[in-house]
Design a protein around this ligand. Structure first.
Ligand SMILES: *Cc1c(COP(=O)(O)O)cnc(C)c1O
Length: 229
């Protein structure tokens, strides 16, 4: 067994136990393997071990890997900051975008989504950490943004995403993830049903699952430490 396949087994087992500890079904949490900075060969290896969903942060890297791995039935999730002049390749290549934080980006993704493809699945990224984080819309912007996205033909609003500030403090993490879960309930009360809470990474996966995460985005625990350069 390769390092990546045994890491995938460990992460799946950890998801299962976190779900069980929270009184949830392990199948209610989807694993997104975050492959940013790792070569296409690492994705291929994870694919051989049964992993199908992969997350990327950088548009050029997504393009390169999607081209190189065309022969695999992969599901690509774009999870990084997205500038308006880079939306087209994402609209064409991704199955999901987790990091929509303003309407202009959503409108461009919708308009650029090829008509032959199903609607692009999107999550609204929310800043749940206040001043400690720059990415994501403010919690009170979520409802109007969700209403506007729900009206865009090229998009399908699936839910909400957050990245809390790095902390080991369990109470802080529970509060941050709780903000996202509460916002999802508010959307539902306003008639906007969603099925996804994209929250939890290698270091805070269990806390996110306890708070209701349906999709954890895990990089380091699967592929190892990242080296930028
Ligand atoms: C890099 C990244 C991850 C994965 O983080 P790890 O700590 O390596 O698991 C998850 N989500 C987003 C948005 C990321 O940028």
């Amino acid at each position: 067994m390769t390092d990546i396949s045994s890491a995938l087994q460990r992460v799946s087992a950890a998801i299962g136990s976190a779900a069980q500890a929270a009184g949830r079904d392990g199948d209610s949490v989807t694993l997104l393997a975050v492959s940013k900075t790792f070569p296409a060969a690492a994705v291929r290896e994870a694919y051989a071990a049964g992993q199908r969903r992969f997350g990327e942060n950088y548009v050029q890297e997504l393009q390169a890997k999607a081209t190189e791995l065309q022969d695999l039935a992969l599901e690509w999730h774009f999870i990084g900051p997205l500038q308006s002049n880079k939306t087209r390749p994402v609209a064409e290549l991704a199955h999901w975008v987790h990091s929509v934080e303003r309407l202009k980006i959503a409108e461009r993704l919708s308009a650029q989504r090829p008509a032959a493809l199903p609607a692009l699945n999107v999550c609204i990224q929310v800043n749940v950490s206040g001043e400690d984080s720059k990415s994501g819309c403010a919690p009170d912007e979520v409802l109007p943004l969700a209403q506007a996205i729900a009206a865009l033909p090229g998009l399908r609003l699936r839910g909400l995403m957050c990245i809390p500030e790095p902390t080991q403090d369990a109470a802080t993490l529970a509060a941050r993830f709780g903000v996202l879960a509460t916002l999802q309930q508010r959307l539902a009360a306003a008639g906007i049903a969603t099925d996804t809470l994209s929250m939890g990474m290698s270091a805070d996966m269990a806390a996110a699952i306890a708070a209701g995460s349906t999709m954890v985005r895990v990089g380091t625990a699967i592929f190892g430490a990242r080296h930028y350069g």
